[in-house]
Design a protein around this ligand. Sequence first.
Ligand code: ATP
Ligand code: MG
Length: 217
Amino acid sequence: MILTVGGVKGGTGKTTIATNLVVYRSGLGKDVLLIDGDEQKTSLYFSTLRNEKKNGDAGYSCVRVTGGEQMKVEAARMASKFEDVIIDVGGWDNTSQRGAILASDIALFPFQPRTFDAWTLGRVQSLVAEAKVYNPRLRAFTVLSRADVRGSDNEEAAAYLKEAEDLTYISAIVCNRKAYSNAAKAGKGVVEIEKEDPKAAAEIRTLHDALYKSNSE
Ligand SMILES: Nc1ncnc2c1ncn2[C@@H]1O[C@H](COP(=O)(O)OP(=O)(O)OP(=O)(O)O)[C@@H](O)[C@H]1O
Ligand SMILES: [Mg+2]
């Protein structure tokens, strides 16, 4: 299955979610490829750090792919060689993201529960609608990311996201937690530092299960 973590706004937690899903899924024994489609190469840097920390055994493969057409072709080809492909793309509407979504079974769009982020929902809907013309099997999901641990903003944002009929809202909220950056700094996923923050680990498991069980593996 090919999963793209995308969106048209920077800093929503795409790379954090993509790398945590890859670490968790590969930890389940799946042969996973992480494709870094962002010129910032954060996923690639994370994977390099992880390989350094784990004596070359990150547990998954990571490659960088540039360009929309190349992304579409490579992702489709790699899907027959790996059990799972997860693609991290840059936070704006770019050709790599479009290529990734055209090859994907699932596109996941993290949204921060903030006004300026909510304003990008229409553009994400257009991106998905255009991709579906060429890739009718695509299923698109939204999730709250970098959400508040408390307060009413999450519920308000969730209600707004749920209104978008062509995007399915996943109620697996990823909150703002220090564990996410602490884990990244150590080349780990939050499921690997569960003792430090069991809630972060639970968030990633819930999101993972919602995505992969939705594809009836
Ligand atoms: N759930 C979270 N809790 C705490 N910090 C987070 C969380 N998600 C992301 N961050 C932090 O927010 C910043 C941006 O996150 P990240 O790089 O994952 O976003 P992105 O959407 O991939 O950004 P870009 O659009 O630049 O690729 C990073 O410093 C990251 O550590
Ligand atoms: Mg990123």
